[in-house]
Design a protein around this ligand. Structure first.
Ligand code: ZN
Length: 141
């Protein structure tokens, strides 16, 4: 399997079997809704922090495979990180998809599969929507 096929596989797996999908109706979660009118993507992200650490991330919404799978990958990437590391990862993800000063030494885990999105400007917003929402929540306090 070549790298592109592997990357597509990760995206399709996360699209068909999204992780951490469905919002929580509990205290301690901060919620943000963002949409991407150019594609019709809508996403809501919830983050629960305890003592500066991200203990849970939830996602819900609808949209294209890039947007929905990226939200799934984002939740798995950020759970367990402290806010500082989460911020660095979000920033690096946005740099990666926008092709702006991406640090390829940083371990991006599964999120690396969105590296190819930079070749498709129309999909950059799809891939980054959930990550932008997470960044806004984390930095709002
Ligand atoms: Zn989209």
């Amino acid at each position: 399997m070549d790298l592109d096929a592997l990357y597509r596989q990760v995206i399709m797996d996360n699209y068909k079997n999204p992780k951490n999908k469905g919002l929580k109706d509990e205290e301690g979660y901060q919620t943000l809704h963002l949409n991407n009118p150019s594609c019709g993507d809508e996403i809501t992200i919830q983050i629960k922090e305890v003592d500066g650490k991200i203990v849970d991330v939830r996602q819900d919404g609808r949209g294209c495979s890039i947007c929905c799978s990226s939200a799934s990958v984002m939740t798995e990437s950020l759970i367990g990180l402290n806010k500082n590391d989460a911020n660095k990862m979000i920033e690096n993800f946005l740099h990666m998809v926008m092709d702006e000063g991406f640090d390829d030494e940083m371990d991006m885990g599964e999120a690396i599969v969105y590296q190819g999105v930079r070749q498709f400007p129309a999909r950059v917003k799809c891939a980054s929507l959930a990550w932008k929402a997470a960044g806004k929540i984390i930095n709002e306090e």
